[in-house]
Design a protein around this ligand. Structure first.
Ligand code: SAH
Ligand code: DHB
Ligand code: MG
Length: 235
């Protein structure tokens, strides 16, 4: 089995379930033209995020790591009228390209691209909107993922979802001797996730046009986690 096969199957799946359109195509082209890394999720992963968002009736979504706004467009399209997506990006050029892509997709009123380092932005968001998010998608610098997960736990309502991209990293996640900072970060995150009593979680490996990687998915149960008390007491 080769990456060529994985990519061919992705093309087959995408044609049936996750068709592209001018806004998604233009978002990718703008990213490539700007010399940005082509590390966005695949189309069928975007469709999966949409399905997850719809399955929890998401009205308020947080994304950590915008890049060119490709995953944000998929997620924002799952929102009902009046829904909102906040996406955090630390690179000013990425944020600028993302804002243009999101506007071109007709989502400028729905999506806010917040320029800043998530390490500084997340505490601000938590101060204002703890326990209010229906879904958090973590997809930024891999070595900080455990910290982002701690914030996501505070920000997500009971019954909401926390999804994290790139947890498998070509299998490096299962290598206890890895020295790759990203893989080490993911091992720290996954072990924290497994030990957290306030979620029910798992990890699913994926192959496709973006190689071999995986998603972590967690539903927040709200059990035994005092950090949720403020959010829960709000109307
Ligand atoms: N979610 C995107 C891909 C994100 S790539 C998609 O699938 O379409 C990761 C992004 O996280 C990059 O744009 C990078 O600049 C951003 N990033 C890295 N470290 C960050 C930090 N500390 N705070 C906010 N964004 C960060
Ligand atoms: C990288 C980041 C991603 O979010 C991704 O999906 C793939 C690769 C990276 O930083 O290399
Ligand atoms: Mg990613």
């Amino acid at each position: 089995m080769t990456e060529e096969t994985w990519a061919a199957v992705d093309r087959y799946i995408d044609r049936l379930f996750a068709r592209s359109d001018p806004a998604l195509d233009a978002a990718q082209k703008a990213a490539a033209d700007a010399g940005m890394p082509m590390i966005h999720i695949t189309a069928n992963q975007g469709k999966l995020l949409q399905i997850l968002a719809r399955s929890v009736n998401a009205r308020l979504i947080l994304e950590i790591g915008t890049l060119a706004g490709y995953s944000a467009i998929w997620l924002a399209r799952a929102l009902p009228a009046g829904g909102r997506l906040l996406t955090i990006e630390s690179d000013p050029k990425h944020a600028e390209v993302a804002r243009a892509n999101i506007a071109r997709a007709g989502l400028a009123e729905v999506v806010e691209v917040r320029l800043g380092n998530a390490r500084e932005t997340l505490p601000e968001i938590a101060a204002a909107e703890s326990g209010r998010f229906d879904l958090v998608f973590i997809d930024a610098d891999k070595s900080s993922t455990a910290d982002y997960f701690r914030w996501a736990l505070r920000l997500t309502r009971p019954g909401g979802l926390i999804v994290c991209d790139n947890v498998v990293r070509n299998g490096a996640v299962a290598d206890s001797t890895t020295r790759d900072p990203g893989a080490l970060g993911m091992r720290r995150f996954i072990e924290l996730l497994a030990a957290e009593p306030g979620v029910s979680a798992t990890v699913v490996q994926t192959v496709g046009s973006k190689g071999y990687d995986g998603f972590a998915v967690a539903v927040v149960t709200g059990e035994l986690f005092p950090g949720h008390a403020p959010g829960r007491s709000k109307p």
